[in-house]
Design a protein around this ligand. Structure first.
Ligand code: ADP
Ligand code: F6P
Length: 326
């Protein structure tokens, strides 16, 4: 069945580029003369009927904005069958017959359950800074987050080198090390600790000893949030201070500043391309697919595949990083 009234929502953690994707979905609907409705506060707003009819002008001046104008929410009620039934009733009473969800794997899991129960057409757009969704080389917000992290580390480097210090910088990445690895290479980090490759405390120690012996006076070690080398980034500091007292160690946890800010040009273009594809795919009568990008081509992957696993870490980049820290 061809969709006639398409809804769009953002769900889960916000990421830069979500607004550009909302804009793209709304404008593609306007271009193709399909009605479009925004759902506020993710699945919570779907359950409560928090809807607003959108036209091309409703999304003026948002392409450059971080966060999401539709707000995002984590909604436990949607995890229940009763909650999803309420959401379905709201969509039907508004005449909505398909939706585009911009979010991460949790949001996609919810969308698939909803589709299974109500045979309701859904398309996903991957929006998360972690870049942890299978079926796309880049998720929306990843590129922006990398630029934010590199800029922050460049600043930390000033203090590291002025005071001959060792800095542990914790970056986001709940289960994966994509931000740590890419930003680490981009910022010239000495070591990069990611959950996919456990370096171990002994090897970290050896590496830092080697680095001192090779004449480096300051160092930056990037630690992905999900890495398990130490108990925490502060535990790493304690360990190194105990075993290598020659180092003056500091910790910097970058936190949520990585998730905010104006999207990079790459994320804006990616969001625009993904939004067009999402609407066109629904209008072709397709469902349960996630829009992604590979080899600079917009592709579709079944959502069930996308949520099964994570994009693998780039081993070649790990090798490059090792060579750079000679
Ligand atoms: P993300 O989409 O960024 O991974 P979450 O994991 O928090 O973020 O998921 C966002 C929302 O998706 C949840 O608050 C919930 O409403 C819905 N969701 C997540 N997992 C499920 C599930 N197993 N069943 C139904 N809904 C889910
Ligand atoms: O998934 C994106 C992310 O920013 C992770 O890197 C981080 O672990 C998590 O979300 C934090 O989520 P919140 O602060 O929204 O609970």
């Amino acid at each position: 069945m061809e969709a006639k009234k398409i809804a769009v929502l953002t769900s889960g953690g916000d990421s830069p580029g979500m607004n550009a994707a909302i804009r793209s979905v709304v404008r593609t609907c306007a271009y193709l003369k399909v009605e479009c409705v925004a759902i506020y506060r993710g699945y919570q707003g779907m359950i409560e009927g928090d809807f607003k009819v959108m036209d091309a002008r409703s999304v003026n001046n948002i392409i450059n904005k971080g966060g999401t104008i539709l707000k995002s929410a984590r909604c436990d009620e949607f995890r229940t069958k009763a909650g999803r039934k309420k959401a379905y009733d709201q969509l039907i009473s508004e005449g909505i017959d398909a939706f585009v969800v911009i979010g991460g794997d949790g949001s996609f899991t919810g969308a698939i359950k909803f589709n299974e129960e109500f045979d309701f057409p859904v398309i996903g757009i991957p929006g998360t800074i972690d870049n942890d969704i299978f079926g796309t080389t880049f998720t929306l917000g990843f590129d922006t987050a990398l630029n934010t992290v590199v800029e922050a580390i460049d600043k930390i480097r000033d203090t590291a080198s002025s005071h001959n210090r060792l800095f542990f910088v914790e970056v986001m990445g709940r289960d994966v090390g994509h931000i740590a690895l890419n930003a680490g290479v981009g910022a010239g980090a000495e070591e990069i600790l990611i959950p996919e490759e456990s370096l171990g405390l002994e090897r970290l120690l050896e590496s830092l000893k080697r680095s001192k012996a090779s004449g480096k006076s300051s160092s930056i070690v990037i630690v992905a949030e999900g890495d398990k080398t130490g108990e925490s980034v502060f535990g790493l500091k304690d360990y190194i201070e105990k075993h290598l007292p020659i180092y003056d160690v500091r910790v910097s946890v970058l936190g949520h500043m990585q998730r905010g800010g104006a999207p990079s040009c790459y994320d804006r273009v990616l969001a625009s391309r993904m939004g067009v594809k999402a609407v066109e795919t629904l209008l072709e009568g397709k469902s349960n697919l996630m829009v992604g990008i590979r080899d600079n081509k917009i592709i579709l992957t079944p959502i069930v595949e996308a949520i099964k696993g994570h994009t693998k870490i780039d081993k070649e980049l790990i090798r490059v990083s090792d060579i750079m820290t000679v």
